[in-house]
Design a protein around this ligand. Structure first.
Ligand code: SAH
Ligand code: SF4
Ligand code: F3S
Length: 477
């Protein structure tokens, strides 16, 4: 078993469909299903926006859809298998309704391109992550009996001017994409191939989007990018100013701008990269109460030789130095990570260093995966995927067990404390309880009383499991 197969987006949101009404309806209905990371869920909101502008309304009921789009992930082989199974189900649906348009979006679309149409004949339409503006044309092409493909990657598409249609109406927490693509070449990773070159979004459009969300009742934004620490506006990758008449913006400055939108709007971000995370970002986090004291800092391995083979650009010592900086500047900061077991050539000794790093850092939370070789990546070309499956699994189980212990310890430390929680809604297990997260991103469940969604509430923690804190509300913040 893998512990949480996809980052941050909960397992039970994988495959979620969404529903939004259009004002200028053509009567046509769109069904969108999303897999993968937060970025994909955020992109599906851009897709919904583009299609509702064309007169579509979205539906959660696939039975009534005219167009079915599946936004996909390629990060590990099992992510792709899951989508393939779903596409086979759609194919059967299409046999019953030949007018149904089935399209594949996202990373798998970009990776497999035309082969999904030609060899596998699973879909009518293929659109990569930078081609969503073209979706109305592509759907029209399919309507004229053609199979439609656009997998062009762009150097500057950020969908900055598109106001995403929020798919959780009445929601409290929204994703705001601040950059796209990735210029790192971690040797195991398919993302640079599926998402293209890194590019940052105009900060003013980001601030506008945050203000708009606040006015619609949202109380939390998560700023998204594959490597948020390398966000830069009006700066080249070498740090040179592009246009001397315009201001420049780095990630620390962007966070400060977002923090100043309103003290009522809480800010999160993902993902930080250990090689790029600088103290100026930590200092801004410490300065603003509404920037959550929580950092997701993927380590991948605790051994420097493995990190070198992974092309991560840092060593074990560098990573531990970044952790020390976090503790120094933000003493109450929660830290989570991603770990891959069984990467090419990983020895027992190298694995033991991952364990020892985990012991040293005691992460509050971790997403843990078995290495899955991806076509075209540096690792596929350079190294052999030589750690046997049983060894990968054994190492994975070992780190999962250790992490469960650490997560439990992290939650135990909260007992007796009063924490500030943003109420997200009713608890899954009981109508009588509300749930929400504290700044450190721990899930907190407490009796509903008269509290409501969107409020910040002080909750006194009385008990916990490794996954959840339980307590009683004390007052509104
Ligand atoms: N940009 C983010 C990563 C996005 S992918 C970052 O750098 O942190 C999310 C996680 O999936 C990665 O951190 C890594 O732990 C895992 N992952 C990526 N490629 C993988 C592969 N080929 N096999 C197993 N896990 C992988
Ligand atoms: Fe992949 Fe590395 Fe880029 Fe993250 S930083 S998306 S792991 S290449
Ligand atoms: Fe998956 Fe693409 Fe995100 S590969 S993790 S959906 S960037």
């Amino acid at each position: 078993m893998e512990y949480n197969q996809n980052k941050v987006i909960d397992e039970d949101r994988q495959g979620d469909a969404v529903e939004v009404q259009s004002n200028n309806t053509t009567g046509k209905k769109l069904y969108v299903e999303s897999y993968g990371c937060q970025m994909n869920f955020s992109d599906s909101e851009v897709v919904a926006s583009i299609m509702t502008n064309e007169g579509y309304s979205t539906t959660r009921n696939i039975e009534e859809a005219d167009v079915v789009l599946i936004n996909t992930c390629s990060i590990r082989d099992n992510a792709e298998q899951r989508v393939r199974n779903r596409l086979t189900e759609f194919k059967h649906r299409k046999e019953q309704n030949p007018d149904l348009v089935v399209g594949i979006l996202g990373c798998m679309a970009e990776r497999l391109k035309k082969s999904l149409l030609e060899e596998e004949k699973l879909v009518d339409l293929v659109a990569g992550p930078d081609a969503y503006r073209d979706l109305p044309n592509l759907v029209e092409e399919v309507g004229t009996g053609q199979r439609a493909v656009n997998v062009l990657l762009s150097r500057d598409e950020t969908y900055a001017d598109i106001s995403p249609v929020r798919l959780d109406q009445g929601g409290i927490s929204a994703f705001v994409t601040i950059m796209r693509g990735c210029d790192n070449m971690c040797s195991f990773c398919v993302v640079p191939f599926t998402r293209g070159r890194e590019r940052s979004r105009d900060p003013h459009t980001i601030i506008e989007e945050c203000r708009d969300l606040l006015s619609k009742g949202y109380r939390e934004v998560t700023l998204l990018g594959q490597n948020v620490d390398s966000y830069r506006w009006n700066l080249t990758s070498k740090g040179e100013v592009k246009d001397a008449n315009q201001p420049t913006t780095n990630f620390a400055q962007l966070m400060e701008m977002v923090a100043l939108v309103s003290p009522e709007l809480r800010i999160r971000f993902s993902t930080s990269h250990p090689k790029d995370m600088t103290d100026d970002v930590l200092e801004i986090m410490a300065k603003y109460e509404n920037i959550c004291p929580y950092i997701h800092l993927p380590v991948q391995s605790g051994n420097s030789a493995v990190l070198e083979r992974m092309n991560r650009g840092y060593s074990r010592e560098w990573y531990l130095d970044r952790i020390a900086s976090i503790h120094r500047l933000i003493p109450n900061c929660a830290i989570s990570t991603d770990i891959i077991t069984g990467f090419c050539g990983e020895t027992d000794e190298e694995h033991a260093e991952t364990i020892s790093l985990m012991e040293q850092v005691q992460f509050d939370f971790a997403y843990m995966f078995k290495y899955s070789e991806r076509p075209k990546t540096l690792a596929e070309r350079r190294f052999e995927d030589d750690v046997p499956e049983e060894v990968k699994a054994k190492r994975l189980n070992e780190i999962i067990e250790l992490q469960l212990k650490h997560s439990r310890l992290s939650n135990d430390k909260q007992i007796g404390k009063t924490v500030k929680v943003l109420v997200e809604g009713t608890s899954k297990r009981s109508e009588e309880h509300l749930c929400g997260r504290n700044g450190q991103n721990a899930m907190v469940v407490f009796p509903r009383e008269n509290y409501v969604k969107g409020q910040y509430v002080f909750v006194k923690i009385t008990s916990c499991t490794s996954a959840t804190l339980r307590g009683e509300a004390v007052s509104i913040c």
